[in-house]
Design a protein around this ligand. Structure first.
Ligand code: MG
Length: 264
């Protein structure tokens, strides 16, 4: 079990961060959430994770090599087509089987629950709204994040335009049905805009993410807004075996996929 504490962690500390891969530690923190708490989950590597990791972002080394190889072989636009195709074929599973029930219990207690993902929005290749991929991936599991936000309609954050890397197009973060798609912007900045738009106030934030960069962002948000923060860097995904492949294996698999797209 991995459990580290940052900061002074004294009673007077406004923001406290822990690092853990242990479900029990996470569950005990979530059990304490009350009506005035906003609980925020990252999606990738916190709620769900792909089961086939050969080319998935979970296996960072392979994923980077695959992108480089595809870019070199077919150019970045076709490479993106192929990556989307690979992603559509991913099967996902829960990272923590207890979470759907725990989320439901918290919602019954009146706790507000939000998903804050870095995922992009808008049109991409042949997909009208790329955020639909993420929605479909989450829909397979027994979560209902809309439940806490029945009175909040879809929000497009036009005040936060951002450019999709390598494409000269502008994208905007979106809130819909309890999920914020942050378009890779600073999560604290997007959360700030979201809370500015809704009428609810919270005394405390519990934030769960696998990336320290995002934890730091929400720590800054809490300090700036004088909100008590409990951040958990949840590293359970690191416990799973990664499907390591050598470069030749990877290239062989990628060549098959390139052929199936008729790009050779
Ligand atoms: Mg993540």
């Amino acid at each position: 079990m991995l459990l580290l504490f940052f900061g002074g962690c004294s009673q007077t500390e406004l923001v406290e961060t822990i690092v853990t891969d242990n479900d029990g530690v996470l569950h005990r923190i979530l059990e304490k959430a009350d009506k005035n708490t906003l609980v925020i989950f990252d999606c990738d590597e916190v709620l769900i994770t792909p089961t086939d990791t050969l080319f998935s972002p979970v296996n960072e080394d392979n994923y980077k090599k695959a992108i480089q190889y595809l870019n070199k072989k077919v150019g970045f636009s076709r490479a993106d087509d192929i990556l989307i195709d690979i992603r559509k074929r991913y099967k996902f599973r829960l990272l923590n089987n207890g979470l759907p029930k725990i989320v439901k219990k918290m919602q019954t207690r009146g706790v507000s629950i939000l998903v804050l993902t870095s995922h992009w929005t808008g049109e991409f290749h042949n997909i009208k709204s790329v955020e639909d991929l993420r929605k479909n991936e989450l829909n397979q599991f027994d979560f209902d994040f809309k439940k806490s936000w029945n009175n909040v309609d879809k929000i497009v954050f036009y005040e936060l335009p951002t450019k999709l890397p390598r494409y000269n197009v502008t994208r905007y973060p979106i809130f819909e049905n309890g999920i914020i798609f942050a378009c890779n912007l600073d999560k604290g900045d997007v959360l700030q805009k979201f809370l500015n738009r809704i009428s609810r106030k919270f005394d405390k934030i519990i934030f769960v993410d696998d990336k320290m960069k995002n934890i730091r962002s929400i720590e800054r948000f809490c300090k700036k807004n004088n909100i008590e923060g409990k951040c958990i860097q949840y590293k359970k995904a690191e416990l799973f075996n990664k499907n390591k492949a050598n470069l030749q294996e990877l290239e062989r698999e990628l060549n098959k996929i390139i052929d199936s797209h008729g790009f050779n």
